[in-house]
Ligand binder design. Structure first.
Ligand SMILES: O=c1ccn([C@@H]2O[C@H](COP(=O)(O)O)[C@@H](O)[C@H]2O)c(=O)[nH]1
Length: 238
């Protein structure tokens, strides 16, 4: 997991995935399957990506009552992804239930998928959190609070922005993953993201893995873009 670059495959159909991955044919990637793709293509897309040898973050952000999340995770565990997630806002009982479901659905002898919790979405700003969620603390405090709940529930890490990663590692230890979307090069289009950071900043902040979507998937030359991103993330350009 550590030092990975996870490509967010935010496409609507298998045909688009096949077109995108064709020039990467000789590489084993770490990819993210989110709601857009999974809701269109279902579990088959996970099987296809696994057959190609890619590691998979199944980003469905479960958030429901504990019993429902437990049952859903039991089913998702059978897909044998590397990483799955829930919303920390669902609460400690829900997060524990997610792990119980994963354990129940993981075949004997196998390791269950890592499970992480979304803290505050990287598209959320301080003002939005205060005014719309009525959470009257700083974003950093809210993210740290959710990270504490996730760690105490037994989860393996959190989704957060790179801005919160260093304080999470200070409090929760380096082995507790910080998986960070909202990563942009200086010249990139920011779009709907609010808490963005460069790959260089993320590396210095001790981020465990970065998630990069449109900057690579919508680039004119995705392989070249991926290589530039890997260099920036690994510090080759420094
Ligand atoms: O807080 C979060 C949680 C998940 N995401 C997901 O990451 C990618 C980011 O894509 P970009 O195109 O690089 O912005 C996307 O799939 C989101 O669903 C997030 O951005 N923030």
């Amino acid at each position: 997991m550590n030092n990975s670059l996870i490509i967010a495959l935010d496409f609507a159909a298998k045909s688009e995935i096949e077109r995108f991955l064709k020039p990467f044919e000789d590489r084993k990637l770490f990819v993210k399957v989110g709601m857009e793709l999974f809701y269109q293509e279902g579990p088959g897309i996970v099987h296809l990506l696994k057959e190609k040898g890619h590691r998979i973050f199944l980003d469905l952000k479960l958030h429901d009552i504990p019993n429902t999340v437990k049952s859903a995770m039991k089913g998702l565990a059978r897909l044998e992804c590397d990483l799955v997630n829930v919303h920390a806002a669902g609460g400690s009982d829900m997060m524990q239930a997610a792990l119980e479901g994963l354990d129940a659905g993981t075949a004997g002898g196998r390791k269950r998928p890592n499970c992480i919790a979304v803290t505050q979405l990287t598209s959320t700003s301080q003002i939005q959190m205060n005014n719309e969620q009525l959470i009257p603390v700083t974003l950093n405090e809210s993210v740290l609070h959710y990270a504490s709940l996730a760690k105490n529930a037994g989860l393996d890490g959190v989704v957060c922005s790179a801005w919160e990663s260093a304080s999470i590692h200070t409090q929760k230890g380096d082995s507790f993953f910080t998986i960070c979307p909202g990563i942009r090069m200086e010249s990139d289009y920011v779009g709907d993201q609010k808490r963005v950071a460069t790959p260089q900043f993320a590396r210095d902040a001790g981020v465990s893995a970065i998630v990069v979507g449109r900057s690579i998937t919508r680039s004119v030359d995705p392989v070249k873009s991926y290589e530039q991103w890997m260099d920036a993330w690994r510090g080759v350009l420094l």
